[in-house]
Design a protein around this ligand. Structure first.
Ligand SMILES: Nc1ncnc2c1ncn2[C@@H]1O[C@H](COP(=O)(O)OP(=O)(O)OP(=O)(O)O)[C@@H](O)[C@H]1O
Ligand SMILES: O=C(O)c1ccc[n+]([C@@H]2O[C@H](COP(=O)([O-])O)[C@@H](O)[C@H]2O)c1
Length: 224
């Protein structure tokens, strides 16, 4: 089984990495593919450039052979729809291989508003990762879909190529890219929330630092 973690990764952090590891181990996945989007369809575009987000992912994934950096959305024109990504993955891995789309509870809440969600479910399973501060509040339609597709054990995912929904238990880390960007904008260092190599890169590139000093409410502090 292959895990797929799509995201903006602006920047990548330990919330992504630990969640991917918990899914890898908990579901006995062969690998987790990190798939950075190029053009977001559902949120403002990332602050860091595509090249910068890619460099941060390369730094974060360098020592983890089961984590694969998948650049296919970056090479595709137009909005980065997950359905198109899954079709391309199906072409590569064939019709039988179980594909597990790993999504946080926040993303899952809006799943039925994605582009052709039921076609997505024809191509992959959904693995929902609980996330602090994001209780899985389901609309009646999403609740109905869940009841039709629920799967309580990894074995049930392994038995088919896609179409099921499983809630995966994982280490709860209250870390988000938004929080990291906010800390940096306030002149604070987001240490221990993301790999040092990623933080070094952010600081070298002066990423997420407001260009207008009037927008920075606190003076920079070297160690906080
Ligand atoms: N701490 C976390 N725990 C579990 N899942 C997470 C965590 N952080 C991100 N995810 C999930 O990883 C995927 C990619 O997330 P994304 O790159 O948007 O990070 P983010 O921290 O949510 O970013 P932002 O704060 O900019 O929205 C999404 O499905 C998201 O729900
Ligand atoms: O295809 C869609 O319609 C769609 C709508 C919302 C989100 N997604 C994907 O969901 C993944 C997580 O999104 P985000 O905002 O948490 O980075 C990312 O790979 C997005 O491309 C996809």
């Amino acid at each position: 089984m292959i895990g797929l973690l799509g995201g903006t990764f602006d920047p990548i952090h330990f919330g992504h990495l630990r969640a991917a590891l918990d899914c890898l181990q908990g579901l006995a996945l062969d690998q987790v593919r990190f798939i950075p989007l190029r053009i977001a369809v559902h949120r403002p575009q990332p602050l860091a450039s595509t090249a910068q987000r890619l460099a941060m992912l390369e730094a974060a994934l360098a020592d983890a052979p089961e984590f694969v950096l998948d650049r296919r959305e970056l090479h595709r024109d137009g909005p980065s729809y997950t359905l198109h990504t899954l079709r391309s993955l199906r072409d590569e891995f064939g019709p039988e291989r179980p594909l597990c789309l790993l999504i946080g509870a926040d993303a899952y809440a809006g799943f039925l508003q994605w582009y052709r969600p039921l076609e997505i479910l024809e191509l992959a399973h959904l693995v929902v990762m609980r996330r602090p501060g994001h209780d899985p509040v389901a609309s009646p339609a999403l609740r109905q879909l869940y009841l039709e597709r629920v799967c309580e054990e990894p074995r049930c995912l392994a038995a088919r190529a896609g179409g099921r929904i499983l809630f995966q238990t994982l280490t709860q880390l209250d870390i988000s890219s938004t929080r990291i960007r906010e800390l940096i904008a306030q002149g604070r260092r987001p240490r221990y929330l993301l790999p040092d190599a990623v933080l070094d890169y952010i600081e070298r590139e002066r990423l997420y630092v407001p260009t207008d000093p009037a927008r920075s409410p606190q003076p920079p502090h070297p160690n906080v």
